[in-house]
Design a protein around this ligand. Structure first.
Ligand code: HPA
Ligand code: ZN
Length: 339
C-alpha cells in the first residue's frame, strides 16, 4: 500500500479543529441566500480568491466576518454536517472540535442556538458516518475576562455536552495568565483544559511556560515554538502534555509549515499530533495535513502511524474508548501489512 493510501485510509482522530473554520465559501453563499445576508463578493470563487491573510490577525478578521451567515440552529447543523461529510471521506473516526460561543452571542445569536445545532449534527454524524465527536468551548482571548466568565456560567446548562475549554483568537497582548481565574473555575467544574500558543507569536515561549506552570493545561494547541527552549521540551515530555500542530495553517500564519520543528519535537519524545485548524481558510482537511507533513518531513509509514496513534493517546476519550480506538488503528495497520 502506498503512503498516500495509508494516510487517506488509516482511522484518524483530529483534536484541533475550529468548526467555524470549516465554513467553505459555497456554504457561506447558500446560507447567505437563505438568511438574506449580503456578502461582499459575487461568487464563492471570488470570495476564495479574495482571502488574503499572512498572519493571525489578518486571518481572524476574515474568519469572524464569515460567521455573519450563521444565524439559526439549522445553520450550525449544516456547518458541522458539511465538515463531517468531508472528513468521513478522509478516514476520520473521532474529533474534538472547538466552537467559539462569544463570536455568536456577541452578534445576538443565542448560545442555545449554536450548541443545539452542533449537538444535533454530532448525533447525525455518529449515525450516518460513524464519527464520534466531542465539543471544546473556546474563550476569545481578545475579549475580557468578565466575558469569558459569563460564557463559562452560560455553559453550565450544557455542562455534559462540553468536554473541555480552550483559548483562541488574537494572542498579542493576551497571555494565558489573563485567564488564570477562568481556567481555575473551569477545572473546578470538571472541564479538561487546553490553550492556543499560536506559531511565532510575540512572547510565545513565555506563553507556553504559563500554560504549563500557571494554568496547568493538559494539551497545547500549536505550541511548536517549544522547540526553541530545551527546558520546555523536557517538561512537555515529562508531563505528557501533547501538542496539536497544524502544518497547512502554519504555512499561512507564519509562512512555514514547521515540518522540521514538528519532526524534531516528535523525535525528542513530545506527543505531537497533526490537525487542520481552519480547513476552509487554510485549505486542507486532516488527511491533507498529514500528507503535507509526510512530504515535507519525509515521514515513514511507521511515523505516520505514530502521529495517528498520538492523537488517540492525548485525546479526552475515557480509557476504555481510547484503547478501543488504538486497537482499531493497530488492527488496520496489521491488516494493511498482510493484505
Ligand atoms: N488561532 C487562534 N484563534 C483561532 C484560530 C487559530 O488558529 N482559528 C480560529 N480561531
Ligand atoms: Zn486553532
Amino acid at each position: 500500500m502506498d503512503i498516500e493510501t495509508v494516510i487517506r485510509s488509516i482511522p484518524k482522530a483530529e483534536l484541533h479543529l475550529h468548526i467555524e473554520g470549516t465554513l467553505e465559501p459555497e456554504l457561506k453563499f447558500e446560507l447567505a441566500a437563505t438568511n438574506g445576508v449580503e456578502l461582499p463578493y459575487g461568487s464563492a470563487d471570488e470570495m476564495r480568491a479574495a482571502y488574503d491573510f499572512d498572519d493571525l490577525s489578518s486571518f481572524l478578521a476574515q474568519y469572524y466576518e464569515g460567521m455573519s451567515v450563521l444565524l439559526h440552529e439549522a445553520d450550525f447543523h449544516a456547518l458541522a454536517m458539511a465538515y463531517f461529510e468531508r472528513v468521513a471521506a478522509q478516514g476520520l473516526v473521532y474529533v474534538e472540535m472547538f466552537f467559539d460561543p462569544q463570536a455568536h452571542t456577541s452578534r445576538e445569536v443565542a448560545f442555545d442556538t449554536v450548541i443545539g445545532g452542533l449537538r444535533r449534527a454530532q448525533h447525525d454524524a455518529a449515525d450516518r458516518f460513524g464519527i464520534r465527536s466531542q465539543l471544546i468551548m473556546c474563550f476569545l482571548r481578545d475579549h475580557s475576562v468578565e466575558s469569558a466568565l459569563a460564557t463559562l456560567e452560560h455553559a453550565a446548562a450544557y455542562r455534559e455536552w462540553i468536554i473541555g475549554v480552550g483559548l483562541d483568537s488574537d494572542e498579542r497582548g493576551n497571555p494565558p495568565v489573563k485567564f488564570r481565574d477562568v481556567f481555575a473555575a473551569a477545572r473546578e467544574q470538571g472541564y479538561r483544559l487546553t490553550m492556543h500558543c499560536d506559531v511565532d507569536q510575540q512572547d510565545t515561549t513565555v506563553h507556553i511556560r504559563q500554560c504549563l506552570d500557571d494554568i496547568g493545561v493538559e494539551r497545547i494547541d500549536h505550541g511548536s515554538n517549544a522547540i526553541e527552549d530545551e527546558d520546555l521540551v523536557a517538561e512537555l515530555v515529562q508531563r505528557g502534555v501533547g501538542l496539536t500542530n497544524c502544518p497547512i495553517s502554519n504555512s499561512y500564519i507564519s509562512g512555514d509549515t514547521k515540518a522540521r520543528e514538528i519532526r524534531a519535537l516528535h523525535e525528542q519524545g513530545v506527543l505531537v499530533t497533526v490537525n487542520s485548524d481552519d480547513p476552509a481558510y487554510f485549505p486542507g482537511y486532516v488527511g491533507d495535513n498529514l500528507a503535507v507533513l509526510q512530504r515535507e518531513a519525509d515521514l515513514s509509514r511507521d511515523e505516520i502511524v505514530q502521529f495517528v496513534r498520538n492523537a488517540f493517546i492525548i485525546s479526552w476519550l475515557d480509557e476504555r474508548e481510547r484503547e478501543a480506538y488504538l486497537e482499531r488503528v493497530d488492527a488496520w495497520v496489521a491488516a494493511s501489512e498482510t493484505g
